[in-house]
Design a protein around this ligand. Sequence first.
Ligand code: UDP
Length: 487
Amino acid sequence: MKKAELIFVPQTSKGHLIPILEFAKRLVDHDDWISITVAFVKSPSDSFTDAYIESVKTSKLDRFEFIDVSQQEEHHSLVVDHHSQSIKYHVDALMETHMPLLKDFVTEISSSRSDLDTFTGLVFDLLFVPLVDIAHQFNIPSYIFLTANAGFLSLLFHLTTQHDDTWNSPDFKRSYPDELSSGFINPVPFNVLPSALFDKDNGYPWFMMTAQKFKAVKGIMVNTFEELEPYAISGFSDRGSPPVYPVGPVLDINCKPYTELDLAQCKKVMKWLDEQPRSSVIFLCFGSFGHFLAPQVKEIALGLEQSGYRFLWSLRVQSLSPRQPSRNDGSGCVHYIEDMLPEGFMERIQGKGIMIHGWAPQVKILAHEAIGGFVSHCGWNSILESLWFGVPVVTWPMYAEQQLNAFKMVKELGLAIELRLDYEELNVSNVVTANEIKKAVKQVMDDGSEVRKKAKEMAEIARKAIVNGGSSFLSIQRFIEDMIGEN
Ligand code: UDP
């Protein structure tokens, strides 16, 4: 059989790096002839990437090679702050600093690959789709690993079909149909589409460019599974899109300790969970970028308290790191996160609730049997993790395509309780009230709730999908056959 060398180009934020490398690990487990080179750009402050890569190296040493592209060239302005509070800042910085380096690297590696006995292919992250042009130039097949779901992919393809009408419309926002149904069983209201789509100058052109590049690759691996999104997945074959391979859920369930993790805090949290009854704790966590302003923090605290349930709340607030003062009013009096909470809250919740400031060991927490529900920002990795452990979700989307994910979870799958579908991070006029939070928490934590039963069922289905003979297992096999067979 022919050897295959795949060059993976991941983005190094956690929500992207982990699934793409876990997928790479699965590929080499499937086929002895595949080896993988990972080309990445690391920011100086990013200790997570080092630690994670080291763990992959240790487990699959002979099949992986890692190249930090930033080390290859003199480059001085390579700081992408992964803790930056703006997702837009993060993406812009990536494009400015990482893209040129990756383009040079891919050009060099593509032009040097001429061994006819070895198949060479490129697999890249959604954000690096412009690399497809370089791959074409050198006649190297390229593939995308999509960390979002099949519903999002349907949206991308749908955009390319209505481009002219949309772009030329005088009233851009309204030119979208109120309801878009491609890839979804139920009509999708436009207030759950990614808000960037309505930014005519930057967001919309980015989506269009990305959608066009997606059409030009040889295949798209999606971190989902057939049983979760059958409707969207079956629709791809009618649309002349490249082959779509649902290969998930791809997760790091062994949860390597993150470098940011405060280990003492982590230990305390896990010990506290050990002491709580089964399915009795609601967990709240809002992804890599989710932050709140003070009025919202107060409502969450009141809502949790009024619900009467035990809780574990991972809180990050706007412009603060956990131990930084929230403001200094000039009188010498320094205010901390706790000052954003209602008076007496910390005392009243003793024993009933616990807070984490900073990075939470989310996978470990979701895996704990004391957890009964998860108030989530609906990032796709978080959703897959909650499904894996059979924990039902309460939807609180914040940015990117999370509103669409929330819609899917509530309206299509019945796997989540709707708190909000169209919430947007840091919109001051958009405060979710304590009463709404209390009601949603009570619904999800209700022992006999339908959503809880369904989440447990989906967990079983998810686990079957990835083992030998399961839908995603077979899909990975099909990808390998298509890839190597064609060349
Ligand atoms: N995560 C975590 N602790 C946190 C926040 C996030 O472990 O405090 C992990 C979470 O388990 C998931 C990833 O970071 O694997 C976030 O990915 P997701 O797609 O859910 O959202 P993103 O952060 O990319 O918006």
